[in-house]
Design a binder for this molecule. Structure first.
Ligand code: ZN
Length: 240
């Protein structure tokens, strides 16, 4: 079994297609989605329909939740809120209901999946360092848990202490727990513009981070044409 774990697609169709193309060439057998399918970029409906048709286990992200609801977005930063108002207008009621019904946490095979963190997943807390990760490990009962939300690929490793590992090819060791941020398909924020996802190989017991180029100029042109904030087109090129 080789499982592709991908999330924070954020309505970036070109990035999603490039990731799925790469995964199919990497002998991936299964797919799992970390959520935030929509928000920010210009193809929410197309990305939603691709993920839905894959019938892959999917958890709900905060942007999925905000796009599905009719609640006020006053607490959100202005650019994200503007994109979500536009996103709501682009989705059918039926598509929004599908987003609304996504689960917050799922167990798949021998691992767990959540968008943000296992402690208070509906609070959408950001795990940005090993101290944030410690709270998660108290609620992590599988050896591996995959998540997203910060758009920064990272591995937190729990042995008798908690360490941070840089992304790469990581061997899974017995007697250790792993909390793995799979990075972002459609809006990476680690300074690298390329789409990011992870392949978990159960037989080899490795997790591999992959970075994939895509037609970013096409994505940027669509953002501008949709009337979305120009900053959203700029940031994907800068990986922030
Ligand atoms: Zn996100």
């Amino acid at each position: 079994m080789r499982i592709a774990l991908f999330g924070d697609i954020h309505a970036n169709l070109e990035a999603l297609e490039a990731v799925l193309q790469d995964a199919s060439q990497q002998a991936v057998t299964d797919y799992v989605c970390m959520g935030d399918i929509v928000g920010y970029n210009a193809d929410p409906a197309a990305c939603l329909e691709i993920v839905r048709a894959m019938d892959a286990p999917t958890v709900k992200g905060n942007h999925d939740n905000d796009a599905a609801g009719n609640h006020s977005l006053d607490n959100m930063n202005l650019i994200a809120a503007a994109a979500l108002v536009w996103t709501r207008s682009q989705l059918s009621e039926e598509q929004r209901l599908w987003l609304q019904r996504l689960r917050m946490v799922r167990q798949v095979s021998n691992f767990t999946v959540v968008h943000s963190t296992l402690d208070q997943p509906a609070n959408w807390n950001y795990v940005t360092n090993r101290f944030d990760a410690i709270s998660n490990f108290s609620f992590q009962f599988t050896q591996l848990c995959f998540h997203g939300h910060t758009h920064v690929p990272r591995v937190y490793l729990k042995t008798d202490k908690v360490d941070e590992l840089e992304p790469g090819i990581i061997p899974i060791e017995a007697d250790s727990k792993y909390f793995v941020n799979v990075g972002s398909v459609g809006q990476p924020r680690d300074g690298d513009w390329r789409a990011c996802y992870v392949i978990y190989d159960l037989h080899k017991a490795t997790i591999e981070f992959r970075r994939i180029e895509y037609d970013i100029e096409k994505t940027q042109a669509k953002i501008i044409a949709a009337g979305l904030p120009k900053m959203l087109a700029e940031r994907i090129a800068e990986g922030r």
